[in-house]
Every structure is written in C-alpha cells, then in structure tokens.
Design a protein around this ligand. Sequence first.
Ligand SMILES: *[C@@H]1O[C@H](CO)[C@@H](O)[C@H](O)[C@H]1NC(C)=O
Ligand SMILES: *[C@@H]1O[C@H](CO)[C@@H](O)[C@H](O)[C@H]1NC(C)=O
Length: 394
Amino acid sequence: MTATPTTDMILPRVSSLLGLAAVAVSILPSHVWAAPAATGTITASAAVPTTSGLRFAVNGATTYLAGSNSYWIGFLTKNADVDVVLDHIAASGLKVLRVWGFNDVTTKPAAGTVYYQYLSAKGSEINTGANGLQRLDYVVSAAAKRGVYLIVNFVNNWSDYGGMPAYATAFGGTKEGWYANAAAQTQYRKYIQAVVSRYVNETSIFAWELANEPRCKGCPTDTVYNWAADVSKYIKSLDPHHMVTMGDEGFGLPLANGTASTAYPYTTAEGMDFARNLEIATLDFGTFHMYPKPWGMTNSFGPGWIQDHAAACKKAGKPCLLEEYGTDGDHCTVEKTWQAASLAAANDGMAGDLFWQWGDTLSTGKSADDGNTIYYGSSDGKCLIQDHVKAITS
Ligand SMILES: *[C@@H]1O[C@H](CO)[C@@H](O)[C@H](O)[C@H]1NC(C)=O
Ligand SMILES: *[C@@H]1O[C@H](CO)[C@@H](O)[C@H](O)[C@H]1NC(C)=O
C-alpha cells in the first residue's frame, strides 16, 4: 500500500480521537513463545525463524502466524512510543510485524526528521546517526524483548520515503529502469549490506525483503525475476541464516485450476510472474497483497485470490504469506472472510497473514489513518485481531 508521508507523519484525526483511546484489550496468546535473545551470535542451532515445509517454524512451533504492518514505527523519534506499540502487538498475540527498513531522501531534511539514506550521484550517505538507523536499532531490540519478529524491506516501488523514484532522481534513468540501473543497484546493495550486517545476529528478524510492492509496468517478467534472483543471492551471501522474500503484491499467476484469468491482478501487466519468481532458490517464501477495490475488483475477489496463491505456493513447496490486505470501511465484515479463507488454507500453502495497517495511540495522538487502519482497542481490533488470534490458537 502506498502511504502518504507528511511532515508530521502521525496526524491526529478528530474522528478517530473519539472514544477509542485507552481501551485496554486483554488477550493472551494461549501458547507463549520464549522471547528470542536480543543479541548474540547466530549459530546453526539457534532459533531464527525458518520455513518448515509449507509453514514457518518459529521457536520450534509451526503455528499459522498472524501479524500486521507498521511502516512508520522506525521513523518515530520517541522510544516510549515504540515501546507502547510493541507492547500492544505482543499482548495481542501477533507474532510478525512488517516495517519499512528504508527511508531514502535526495535532500537532507531538517534536524530531527528521521531518514536512513541520502542518495546522490556525487556521493550517497547511509545515516547511522541518532536520526538514522539508530531508530531502527531501537525497534529491532524492542521487538526482540517482546518476542515480536520483524520483516524488514529495503526499498519502495512508490515514492513514499524515497523509493525507486528517489534513486532515479539521484542517479538518472526511469523508475522502470531501476532494476537494471548499475548506479542505482550498486547503492541499493550498499544499503542492504549496511542494514543486514547491522542485524545479522539478531534473532528478532523474521525475514529480509527485497522491496515493497516491486512492479515494472510493461517490462518482460525477466526484468524483476533476474533482479530478484541476483539480489536475494547477494543477501544470502551476507546472511545465510535469515529468510529472504520478495515483498510483492503477488501479481501474475494462473488460477488454482491451472487456467489463465484476464483479470488485471492475474496478468503480467506489471512485469510480475508470481509462480516463476517463487522458483528462485534464494527466496524462501511467497508474499502477496490484497486490495481488491484499488485493483478494480470487488471485495468478494478475496478468497479466490488467497486460494490461487496457496495453490502456487503448495506447488513450489514454499509457504505463502498474505503480508498486506485492506479495504476502506466495513473492515470487520469484509476482512474476516479473508482471514477465514487464509486460515482455511493453512495446510494448503497459507502460513500467515499480516493486516494493513496497525493503528495505535502515540504521544502525538492517533497514528496515521489511511482508511485501512485497524486501531488497537477498537471494535475492528476485536474482530480482526482478538477473534483472529483466538481462531488460530484454539
Ligand atoms: C555477528 O557475529 C559474528 C560472529 O561472532 C561477529 O563476527 C560479528 O561481529 C557480529 N556482528 C554484529 C553486528 O554483532
Ligand atoms: C510503482 O510501479 C509501477 C509500475 O512500475 C508504476 O506504474 C508506478 O508509477 C510506481 N509508483 C511510483 C510512485 O513510482
């Protein structure tokens, strides 16, 4: 999903300030997993999340995983806000949080604004300072303390927080040309090297992710396939222990019965071939997203989209993660049918789902509401977090 950045990212919304604050949700997972060690050298026997057939194995358990997304948690400047969010996520029984591991700029922002990388043909800089990767450091260590695992991605397709368009601004070329732009790819790999080596020994990393929603409109599917094969191999050379995944929307695949569909998300119009990309040996699992309405579909599109991906994952022998899904309005009614469809395929390729996006009350007010947000303590939260976790663990 594209998230609109603002100078003050966490905009309080009057409507969402009514009645929802400080509603405590008391739900404990029926099984408690040991928190991973915060730091330490990873050995072959240490518990980093891995795949186990069509499931994920986390601390020896292969339970279906529920989680969420917070693109903004690593951009918060107050540790207490990070702690509140992760306390709530852990208390909810959610195991996986997907976060933005990138924040690219082409002009350095005013002091106090977080960014991770400055891109320039004259010399890029990775910001390891207090307003840089040290903010992500805090998220990684705070997640580890609570047994929450992080998916960390390295670049955005979209221009929010820089992304491929920022690389094109700095190094020239088009956004579609990014995948084969030597200067852009060199700097992207330098950035990956900086982040991966920083957290290579952290057991709270669930997986490294190549990009958020990579697309290459009108390109042959070879473009993204070749790029993903090369860069995932590079990540494994830096870190052979953690999982690596694409972060794509799951476009371009046949229906579960093997026939082709002409509906837009099933086509390769965006340069993506889901089943072929899954064959890349250095990608450990499949990712896909689901926003039926923005894709010109109706909400009833959901269960089929899930089953078709599960079938492709089963065929490839790798788990599938529905790592983003959302709709405007009617969150509970619509999304609970999607969660049920995913859970029903838990033995047939689906290994977890992460709703878009986590909402909470921070020191600055309510976190960003893009219409999809599910706020902790809300009735949507009861429906899509508490009830879902209960369905998984019972
Ligand atoms: C990770 O562990 C290895 C092996 O002990 C060590 O050489 C390396 O410095 C550690 N890296 C970090 C970032 O702690
Ligand atoms: C994301 O990628 C698609 C396909 O390449 C493109 O159409 C779209 O403009 C991209 N978004 C941005 C902001 O670059």
